[in-house]
Design a protein around this ligand. Structure first.
Ligand code: XIL
Length: 391
């Protein structure tokens, strides 16, 4: 028994010494597992330039108003509304302020549809441009030709009735709409620079049968002088102000230098003209950067506001759509002094609604309203130029 006690106490002593002995290291516990595994950081949506700024914010920071066009049927599309609000500051209606849409068969003015669109433009916080007070196309020919002219006893009476109706029309339009600018006349020259009339106009289908200039003793020039004077007087009477434009197409095409010169010289000679507009329906086959430069420099020389009024760029082989649109904006910002900038307006939003047909792909958004390469490049260019990304 004594021997057994001795054995137990010796073992206990050994265990104690072993546990507390200096040379026996205490095992280090394993490190705590990291509660947040390392994953690449997500891009912060609020730092994405595309989410931060629409085209209109960037353009405006560059001293440029950017606009677009839409027509009545398009507005049911919610995507259109999103894009209008995000990217554009101004709008032109594609058709709804044209003579044949406002003038009724009885020669009265019906503003219902245009007014509805004015409401939509307000919803999207868009400024409104007026297109157009004078054109040879899309007019109420039924009233003008068949009723007004045919009903007159002789040519003089017909001419007087037409002139009187033109004044009523301009007065009614200027009185009714509040716009920042009007196309007072559209397409009044042919490419050579001659005044357009029924005989020399290549556009002779049913849309182009009535030429106001035929009813003025001094021909088209007297019509255009009268159109500008009437618009200016109507604005004064209404206590309104708007830029009064002479607008035309092909001005950026090298083959229409005659027209460019005629339009600019006319504007220079008439103080009622306060703006010159270039439609710019161009393409990857037609566009020439040097002709663009030539056009802008000539337009700037008039001292009037300079506006690109209906820009679209159909696909073509020589230059990509994105490169052309970039060149248009870059040259416009470089050449047109800020005080003379009347803005750049695209003729439509999505390819699917372009008047040229979706297959020409002339606009900034594809048929699903997704941003195309041209949009992305323009956005990046305006961002860089505005310096907003560095503030
Ligand atoms: C176009 C519209 O976009 C089309 O919907 C319509 O069928 C024809 O007219 N120059 C102009 C614009 O001044 O009014 C034209 O708009 C395009 C050419």
């Amino acid at each position: 028994m004594k021997r057994f006690h001795w054995l137990l106490s010796t073992l206990a002593a050994l265990v104690l010494v072993g546990a507390c002995g200096k040379d026996n290291p205490v095992p280090t516990p394993p490190p705590d597992p990291d509660p947040t595994p390392v994953i690449p950081p997500e891009p912060e949506p609020e730092k994405d330039p595309l989410a931060l700024w629409g085209l209109k914010d960037l353009a405006s920071a560059c001293g440029l108003m950017i606009g677009t066009e839409f027509t009545y049927g398009e507005y049911s599309d919610d995507s259109l509304k999103v894009v209008m609000k995000r990217d554009f500051e101004a709008v032109t209606f594609g058709n709804e302020m044209k003579n044949d849409q406002i003038v009724t068969n009885a020669g009265q003015f019906n503003f219902t549809r245009a007014d509805q669109m004015v409401g939509w433009a307000k919803e999207c916080e868009l400024k409104l441009f007026g297109h157009t007070l004078g054109w040879h196309s899309q007019q109420q020919n039924d009233y003008l030709v068949n009723k007004l002219v045919a009903g007159a006893t002789d040519a003089d009476e017909a001419a007087a009735l037409v002139r009187d109706f033109h004044k009523k029309w301009v007065d009614a339009m200027v009185g009714h709409f509040d716009v920042y600018g009007w196309d007072v006349v559209n397409e009044v020259f042919i490419d050579s620079g001659a005044w357009r009339n029924k005989a020399n106009s290549q556009l002779s289908n049913n849309y182009h049968v009535f030429f106001w200039g035929d009813y003025y003793p001094g021909g088209p020039k007297e019509f255009v002088d009268t159109a500008f004077r009437t618009a200016r007087e109507a604005l004064e009477r209404e206590g309104k102000s708007a830029i009064l434009y002479i607008n035309d197409y092909n001005l950026e095409g090298g083959w229409a230098h005659g027209k460019l010169e005629a339009l600019c010289q006319y504007a220079e000679g008439n103080p009622d003209v306060t703006g010159v507009g270039s439609q710019m329906h161009t393409s990857g086959d037609l566009y020439s950067p040097s002709e663009m430069k030539n056009m802008l420099e000539r337009m700037v020389k008039t001292g009037k506001k300079v506006r690109i009024s209906e820009l679209d760029v159909a696909s073509g082989k020589k230059m990509s759509q994105a490169d052309i649109i970039l060149d248009v904006f870059k040259q416009y910002l470089d050449i047109v002094p800020e005080a003379q900038r009347g803005g750049i307006t695209f003729w439509g939003v999505s390819d699917k609604n372009s008047w040229l047909g979706a297959n020409k792909q002339p606009l900034l958004y594809n048929s699903q309203y997704l941003r195309k390469d041209a949009y992305l490049k323009l956005h990046a260019y305006l961002l860089e130029r505005s310096g907003l990304n560095k503030k």
